[in-house]
Write a protein that binds this ligand. Structure first.
Ligand code: ATP
Length: 342
C-alpha cells in the first residue's frame, strides 16, 4: 500500500507524559500501518528536563519544529508552582497564537459514569485573561495579577465557537462570565460574544454566570451544548466536566491557531502516579484522534477510536482511574489488538 508520511512534533512531557505518549505513539503507528499513514516524529524535551539538558525551558529547536511541521502532539509538562518560568503550556499557546482551546467531553461506551450520554464542548479562549502572566508585588505582602481581556481575542474566540457550531450542527452556545462583578473585563467579553451571536441567528445563544454554571452543570449538564469561556473559567470547568465522563484520564484537547495546532490532554503531569504504569493514555489518545482529523487522516483516526471504544465496551482491560486493574502499556496493547476486530 502506498503510504503518506506526516512530520509531527512530539513533546512527551514529564510526570506521566512519557508513559502516555509512548502508548499513543505505538497505537498511532499500528493504526497508521493499517491505513497507509506513516509518522515522522520529531521529539523534544520541554520544561525542567530541557532546562537541565539545554539551559532552556523551551528549546529553540522545539519552536522551529512546530513552525515547520505546523502540528504537535504534546504530553503534559509540569508548571512550577509559585516561582520560576510561568508555564510552558501558556508560553507555547501565546507564541503560536493558539487562541482556541477546544475540549470535547463525551462518554465512552460501556464505561459507567455519573452521567450517561454527555456530549458537550468547552471552547476556551487561550491567550489572555489571568494567564497573561502579568503579576507584581505592589508592596511587601500585596501582589497584583492583571486580568487582560481584549476585544480582539474575545471576538476571535466567539467567532470560532459559532463557526464550529454552525458547521457541526450544534444547537446552543452559552457564554460563561462573571460580569456582575467584573463589569469591564467580563462585560467586554460578553459584548463581543453578543456581537458575534447576532450574526449567527441559526445558533441559540445564552449567558450564564460561572458560579451558577458549576451548580447547573452538576444538576443538569444536558442543558449545555457548547460552553464559550474566557481562559480561567474554561480551565476550571474543564476539570469539572471531565468528571462527567470518567475523569481527567479521558478528556482530549486541541489548541488551535490560524497557522499551527498543538494537541494535548486536559490533564496535567499527575506526579502522584508518574512512572508507575498507572496512567490512562485515553485522553492523549483521543487528542491524537483530533489531530488525525486535523491533518485529514480520518481513516486512521476512526480506526483508533473504534479500537478504543471496543476496549471500553468490553471493559476487561481498563486502567485503575476508571475502575480497572491494567497498566498503561497493557491498555495500549488491548487497543492495538481491538483495532483489528472493531
Ligand atoms: P494542571 O494544573 O497541570 O493542568 P491538573 O489540575 O489537570 O493539572 P493533574 O495533575 O493532571 O491535575 O491531575 C490531577 C489528578 O488526576 C492526578 O493526581 C491523578 O490522580 C489524576 N489523573 C490525571 N491524569 C490522569 C491520567 N491520565 N490517568 C489517570 N489519572 C489521572
Amino acid at each position: 500500500m502506498a503510504s503518506r508520511t506526516h512530520a509531527i512534533t512530539l513533546v512527551p512531557g514529564d510526570g506521566i507524559g512519557p508513559e502516555v505518549s509512548a502508548s499513543v505513539v505505538r497505537i498511532a503507528e499500528a493504526a497508521g500501518a493499517a491505513t497507509g499513514v506513516k509518522f515522522d516524529w520529531h521529539s523534544f524535551a520541554a520544561g525542567a528536563d530541557a532546562f537541565e539538558r539545554f539551559g532552556e525551558y523551551i528549546p529553540q529547536a522545539l519552536y522551529r519544529s512546530i513552525e515547520e511541521n505546523k502540528v504537535a502532539l504534546k504530553g503534559p509538562v509540569t508548571t512550577p508552582v509559585g516561582e520560576g518560568f510561568s508555564s510552558i503550556n501558556v508560553a507555547l499557546r501565546q507564541r503560536f497564537e493558539l487562541f482556541a482551546n477546544f475540549r470535547p467531553v463525551k462518554n465512552l461506551p460501556g464505561l459507567k459514569t455519573r452521567y450517561p450520554n454527555i456530549d458537550l464542548i468547552i471552547v476556551r479562549e487561550n491567550t489572555e485573561d489571568l494567564y497573561a502572566g502579568l503579576e507584581h508585588v505592589i508592596v511587601p505582602g500585596v501582589v497584583q495579577s492583571l486580568k487582560i481581556i481584549t476585544e480582539k481575542a474575545s471576538t476571535r474566540i466567539a467567532q470560532f465557537a459559532f463557526e464550529y457550531a454552525r458547521k457541526h450542527g450544534r444547537k446552543k452556545i452559552h457564554a460563561i462570565h462573571k460580569a456582575n462583578i467584573m463589569k469591564l473585563s467580563d462585560g467586554l467579553f460578553l459584548r463581543c460574544c453578543r456581537g458575534i451571536a447576532a450574526t449567527f441567528p441559526d445558533v441559540a445563544y445564552a449567558e450564564h454566570i460561572v458560579d451558577n454554571t458549576c451548580m447547573q452543570l452538576v444538576m443538569n449538564p444536558y442543558q449545555y451544548d457548547i460552553l464559550l469561556t474566557e481562559n480561567l473559567y474554561g480551565d476550571i470547568l474543564s476539570d469539572l466536566c471531565s468528571a462527567f465522563v470518567g475523569g481527567l484520564g479521558l478528556v482530549p484537547g486541541a489548541n488551535l491557531g490560524t497557522e499551527c495546532a498543538i494537541f494535548e490532554a486536559v490533564h496535567g503531569s499527575a506526579p502522584d502516579i508518574a512512572g508507575k504504569d498507572l496512567a490512562n493514555p485515553t485522553a492523549l489518545l483521543q487528542s491524537a484522534v483530533l489531530m488525525l482529523h486535523h491533518i485529514h487522516e480520518p481513516a486512521t483516526a476512526e480506526r483508533i477510536q473504534a479500537g478504543l471504544e471496543k476496549v471500553y465496551a468490553e471493559g476487561k482491560v481498563l486502567t485503575r482511574d476508571v475502575g480497572g486493574t491494567s497498566g498503561t502499556s497493557a491498555f495500549a496493547d488491548a487497543v492495538i489488538a481491538a483495532m483489528d476486530t472493531a
